[in-house]
Design a protein around this ligand. Structure first.
Ligand code: COA
Length: 261
């Protein structure tokens, strides 16, 4: 299935419970314009409503994941328009989505590209991937969550360095500082992404969603509030069919067949 027919800035495909969102403006390294923002928004709407989808992959067409916001739009952008760009809201929606989202970083993830990847739950990088927040070189700062998510992912020390210098780092360095989960050779990239998506898609959908919610809560709550949230969500899972199935399967020494209920 393809969203945004006509220019296909965003391609949405679905197979076996896994949705793949492809950012498709390879001529400009998948720079994010309004077509991409609107296409992503529609793709998220679609995935949100589709109970058959447990995992979504976001990746880029061509040699780039995304080289960030389309800089040509910045030329005449007024302050209020910059504030209401809508990009930050897209990254937040990915973070709040009750499905697991994996960034498949196939190349440049710069500026908004890095910010999309950071809003995902997991990041798999090709060894060709490059990361950075180069906004400072344009006289601005990250505007789609970069100043908030980068410190949470890699700590204040590295986040300051990356955002203040605008330096680009390679996939190995991104792995070393904890920005990505895994770096894989280019020829194994699609397969590794698929493998991760498939492994997760076989788990119970409710447990996946609540694990994501509980982990995200830990980043902005005190420990006692966080533990209360965890206990509540843990308790909810004891009302699911998937918990019955998971426990029965273990005791019967067979593989669980979760149904997402
Ligand atoms: N916005 C608009 N156009 C962009 C873009 C962006 N963020 N990033 C790349 N492009 C365009 C280039 O202008 C070029 O278009 P052209 O062929 O019409 O000249 C095309 O994509 C290819 O990019 P090019 O710079 O020629 O490729 P490269 O391999 O030499 O360099 C980068 C790659 C990523 C290092 C370089 O494109 C770059 O620095 N991009 C901007 C990154 C950035 O600052 N992002 C933050 C935005 S807030």
């Amino acid at each position: 299935m393809t969203m945004n027919e006509g220019n296909e800035a965003i391609i949405l495909e679905k197979r076996d419970g896994i949705a793949t969102i492809k950012i498709n403006r390879p001529d400009v390294l998948n720079a994010v314009n309004m077509d991409i923002i609107e296409g992503l928004s529609r793709a998220i709407d679609d995935i949100e409503k589709d109970s058959g989808i447990r995992v979504a992959i976001i990746t880029g067409v061509g040699k780039s994941f995304s080289a960030g916001a389309d800089i040509s739009m910045f030329k005449d952008l007024k302050p209020a328009e910059a504030r209401n760009f809508g990009f930050s809201e897209i990254t937040r929606r990915l973070e709040l989505l009750d499905k697991i989202v994996i960034a498949g970083v196939n190349g440049y993830a710069l500026g908004g590209g890095c910010e999309i990847a950071m809003a995902c739950d997991l990041r798999i990088a090709s060894e060709k991937a490059k990361f950075g927040q180069p906004e400072i070189n344009l006289g601005v700062i990250p505007g789609a969550g970069g100043t908030q998510r980068l410190p949470k992912l890699v700590g204040k020390t590295k986040a300051m360095e990356l955002i203040l210098t605008g330096a680009m780092i390679d996939a190995q360095e991104a792995y070393r500082i904890g920005l990505v989960n895994e770096v894989v050779p280019e020829e194994r990239f699609d397969e590794s992404l698929e493998e991760m998506a498939r492994t997760i898609s076989q788990k119970g959908a409710v447990a996946l969603a609540l694990a994501k919610r509980a982990i995200n809560a830990s980043l902005h709550t005190d420990i006692d509030t966080g533990l209360e949230i965890e206990k509540d969500l843990f308790a909810v899972l004891f009302s699911t069919e998937d918990k019955e199935e998971g426990v029965a399967a273990f005791l019967e020494k067979r593989k669980a067949a979760f149904r997402g209920k």
